[in-house]
Design a protein around this ligand. Structure first.
Ligand SMILES: [Zn+2]
Ligand SMILES: [Zn+2]
Length: 375
């Protein structure tokens, strides 16, 4: 099992199948067959399991081919890169494909045979669910071209066909946290009233101590669990509509890259609490009850999370290197939302496009109850 590669086969012609997110079907590029999950089950569609040979990447036949979403011109993999990588022999055409230790699904750049490595998806690495792609590579290419459109300072050839081809669908590992936040909120509320009579003007200042305590519950706070993925970027691709998730099934990985997690939930705990803290404080202070001014806010929150689900979420990726710097393009594989950086040949700094800051609060928040009140 350790070195077994799995391929899903077309029931008509026995060529490989890939998952086509836009149609929600498994597609054979040889006979143009298109199948739903039910059809595949009815037809008794098979899988092919091949034992593959692995060797250290340094020993791969030259040139070692990097199957990833990195686009670089004439750059060879560094020793450092190679040390994390392994070469495996494509069971279909015999080419040597280089992948890294966390790859759970890949494809051959020569024959396009999609390959799933089941040993990377077992036991603690078996996701509980997967959010299938709903867009295809053509959509991602169009979005990239759109982003580049009208950018006069873009380096020549930045939208070349070779670069577009490098856009890759990746199932990124995420932990989804359920979290409870017990908050204790103190502040001072102030109301000032003034009036006059025939002799004086009066000012009255009423001060109130506001105390609120309670619990808020959060569900499905997504945090990417891959060391390779940039956190700010992954956050910017939200929201993912998680109600469309499917029970995990390896056949969705056909034709995509997939990775297993490198961060465990405990490694992400602080990132999780810091994402929701501002929301908790805002919500706790809401509906302040008609004070003209509120100041001296102190909010103490205790977080607890006893449930995290491991899930794979769909992202189209392209990382390009220009003048020694990396530029990233990514598209939410479900919604088509993009984030991207583009180089400018004049040396101006790159800009982020299309980033909308998504307040964590949109992530299914339920206020359970508020106790305390105004004293
Ligand atoms: Zn076929
Ligand atoms: Zn091959």
């Amino acid at each position: 099992m350790e070195n077994t590669a799995l391929t899903y086969l077309c029931p008509d012609c026995l060529a490989y199948l890939r998952y086509e997110g836009k149609e929600g079907k498994w597609v054979c590029d040889y006979c143009d067959g298109r199948f739903t999950r039910e059809e595949l089950e009815q037809r008794g569609a098979g899988t092919k399991q091949d034992d593959y040979e692995v060797k250290p990447a340094e020993e791969a036949a030259e040139p070692a081919v990097d199957v990833s979403y990195h686009y670089e011109e004439n750059v060879e993999l560094s020793e450092e890169d190679l040390s994390h990588m392994k070469a495996y022999i494509c069971p279909s055409c015999g080419a040597e494909i280089v992948t890294d230790d966390v790859t759970a699904a890949t494809f051959c750049v020569f024959c396009e045979n999609p390959t799933i490595l089941p040993s990377k998806l077992e036991g603690e690495y078996r996701p509980s669910a997967i959010l299938p792609f709903e867009t295809n590579k053509e959509d991602a290419k169009k979005a990239f071209l759109n982003l580049c459109k009208g950018k006069k300072l873009l380096p020549k050839g930045y939208t070349s066909e070779q670069r577009l081809e490098k856009i890759t669908g990746v199932y990124v590992p995420f932990w989804l946290f359920d979290c409870k936040a017990d908050f204790d909120y103190h502040a001072t509320g102030e109301n000032i009233s003034t009036w006059t009579d025939t002799r004086f003007m009066y000012t009255k200042t009423d001060l109130y101590h506001i105390h609120r305590a309670g619990q808020m519950e959060f569900e499905n706070i997504p945090l990417d669990a891959s060391e390779k993925m940039r956190d700010d970027l992954m956050d910017a691709l939200e929201p993912f509509h998680l109600e469309k998730k499917q029970p995990f099934d390896m056949s969705y990985l056909s034709g995509f890259l997939a990775e297993k997690y490198t961060y465990e939930p405990k490694d992400l705990y602080d990132r999780m609490t810091s994402r929701i803290t501002p929301g908790v404080e805002n919500k706790a202070g809401e509906a302040r009850g008609g004070y003209q001014r509120v100041y001296g806010v102190k909010c103490h929150t205790d977080f607890s999370s006893d449930k995290q689900a491991y899930m794979l979420l769909p992202v189209w990726m392209l990382i390009s290197r220009y003048n020694g710097k990396e530029y990233l393009f990514a598209m939410n594989g479900q919604t088509g939302k993009i984030v991207g950086e583009l180089p400018v040949s004049s040396g101006q700094t790159a800009k982020w496009f299309g980033i909308t800051f998504i307040i964590t609060f949109l992530i299914a928040m339920v206020i359970v109850f508020l106790v305390g009140g105004v004293f």
